[in-house]
Design a protein around this ligand. Sequence first.
Ligand code: SAM
Length: 277
Amino acid sequence: MGIEPEEYYDDLGHEEWDRSEELFVHSVEHKNTFPYLEEHLPEEGHILDAGGAAGRYTVWLAEKGYEVTLVDISEEQLKIAEEKLHEKGLLDKVEIKKGDIRDLEYEDEAFDAVLCLGGPLSHVIDDEEREEAASELVRVVKKESPVFVSVMGFYGCLMLHVLQGWSFVWEIEDFYKRQKYDEKHREKAGEEDPGFANTYFFKSSQLRNLLENNGLEVEKLVGLENVVSVMEHHTNKDVTEIESDYKEQLRKVASTIRDDKASPDLSNHILAIGWKK
Ligand SMILES: C[S@@+](CC[C@H](N)C(=O)[O-])C[C@H]1O[C@@H](n2cnc3c(N)ncnc32)[C@H](O)[C@@H]1O
């Protein structure tokens, strides 16, 4: 079974929301996502935040005046989202629902845009189920409307393991062949295993193919952290290890080259922006 995402994110609790504030590379992931939302979202409408966890994007959308439906498989994350939205006086703009991206309960073309950010699609490790999830995300958006998907990148994560001496290094043949972190991988990796939810890691071409096979015209792939991905090595230990002016310079590096063709495959997270045909 490995670690099911529902169990992992229930146990993670507030750390999922906090990662954007406390972990530098995660803040780069989020900061480099917002400009694409700003550029491509419709001016108003009903947005689905699928796998939205504690509501990092839902809060932002609600503050901008969108009607939002937040769906996640983890009840604990949804509880935290409810608290955050309540604190900010935004609860009336958001519907919060437990749900699974593999089988969304909404009608065809119910939404003006769909977000599935930060890796929910990576946590669907069965190949057929991942196709179903992609097809569901596209089914529920209106024609000619945008879908934003970000997933965990194969090469970016492998580089991180090279720096940390983690399990993908010790089990490279298995990881290269299957691109999965799951029970089979954990059993082989033994003590070198960092302990994470079941995950499939994408090459950028695979993300493009998955979305295009399911009815999206992919306009762009973005490498959200690109070369800055490797800094997770430092910042996971202590954010204060990096001087703040150097951090600012690193943010600039990541935002300057995020659209470069090589960036998606260098990144911990790859963002795809596509339009329903
Ligand atoms: C890393 S968090 C990303 C949260 C947020 N979208 C962001 O980018 O900050 C991944 C979320 O995906 C959710 N998730 C994983 N598998 C899912 C599924 N099949 N259906 C719905 N949510 C899922 C997890 O519970 C978790 O809250």
